[in-house]
Design a protein around this ligand. Structure first.
Ligand code: T3D
Length: 257
């Protein structure tokens, strides 16, 4: 049903693969629309408890399809209508999102990876804040997430110099949750996604919300936010199961409820 992405569900995990390999999975209008639809569908489906975003072929994504823009393009409008809703949605989905960065992540492709909750990075992948090379500024949440992940000075350096960041360097900077060898790529990504999909989903969703809220809040507001989130988590079946399992000295079996 999609032309520019693949959407598969396996064992409570939604796998979304950007699928324009001949263009290094750069974004055209159809891919924006389809990614938005896929994310919405993964959010709505109660049986899905983790989402993996990855790319077909040798790239994760090279950002905007530059053959689709010219000097009449309304960049601000394009961001507001196509990229920003995707980045916003990723922060709102109460389920863990993993960017499985299989290859180059450049421009808005880098931003997309930053907006995920985890970045599993292939040893042959790299990150490139390519915007400066075409006289643009980082967008799609890049100026929000990058300094929060690597710190102010490093973020500005990556934005201004636009140098390639290898997988090893990404791990050193805290950009990569884990670097994975080519041989172990599929099995390790599946295992990590499966692990997240077996965890207490509601609590994870509340953690995502709490961490984002903390950046724009006072301590007082954060404390109240935590109390509110804990009341919700405390009502979940997974919480009851977690306590019961602890008391019975067994592993918990979380269902996401
Ligand atoms: O509102 C707005 O629209 C503004 C929003 C902007 C968001 C952005 O993302 S701006 C940044 C856009 N992206 C870039 O500037 C990255 C451009 N690409 C590159 O710098 C390089 O391709 C890479 C470093 C990513 C990879 O280099 P390399 O040497 O491995 O591959 P390549 O040979 O450059 O690319 C392979 C093919 O993919 C090639 O096509 P061909 O010659 O085989 O027919 C190349 O043209 C195509 N390709 C790569 N990136 C893009 C692309 N085609 C269209 N758009 C691309 N972004």
């Amino acid at each position: 049903m999609f032309n520019t992405i693949l959407y598969e569900i396996k064992d409570s995990v939604a796998w979304i693969t950007l699928n324009r390999p001949e263009k290094l999975n750069s974004f055209n209008e159809a891919m924006h629309t389809e990614l938005q639809e896929a994310l919405q569908s993964a959010e709505n489906d109660k049986n899905i408890r983790a989402i993996v975003l990855t790319g077909a072929g040798r790239a994760f994504s090279a950002g905007q399809d530059l053959s689709e823009v010219d000097n009449s393009t309304d960049y601000g409008g394009l961001l507001r209508s196509r990229y920003n809703p995707i980045i916003q949605k990723m922060s709102e989905i109460g389920k863990p999102i993993i960017a499985a960065v299989n290859g180059t992540a450049a421009g808005a492709g880098f931003s997309l990876a930053l907006a995920a909750d985890f970045r599993l990075v292939s040893e042959k992948a790299s990150f490139l804040n390519a915007f400066v090379h075409i006289g643009l500024v980082p967008d799609s949440g890049n100026t929000y997430y990058l300094p929060r992940i690597v710190g102010h000075a490093k973020a500005l350096e990556l934005m201004v110099l636009g140098e390639k960041v290898s997988a090893a360097e990404a791990e050193r900077l805290g950009l990569a949750t884990k670097v994975i060898t080519v041989e172990d790529w599929e099995s390790d990504v599946s295992a990590f996604a499966g692990r997240l999909a077996s965890m207490p989903t509601k609590a994870i969703g509340l953690m995502k919300e709490g961490v984002i809220r903390s950046w724009n809040s006072t301590l007082e507001n954060v404390l109240e936010g935590e109390a509110h989130a804990q009341s919700l988590a405390g009502l979940s079946t997974d919480h009851q199961e977690g306590v019961q399992a602890f008391l019975e000295k067994r592993q918990p079996l979380f269902t996401g409820d």
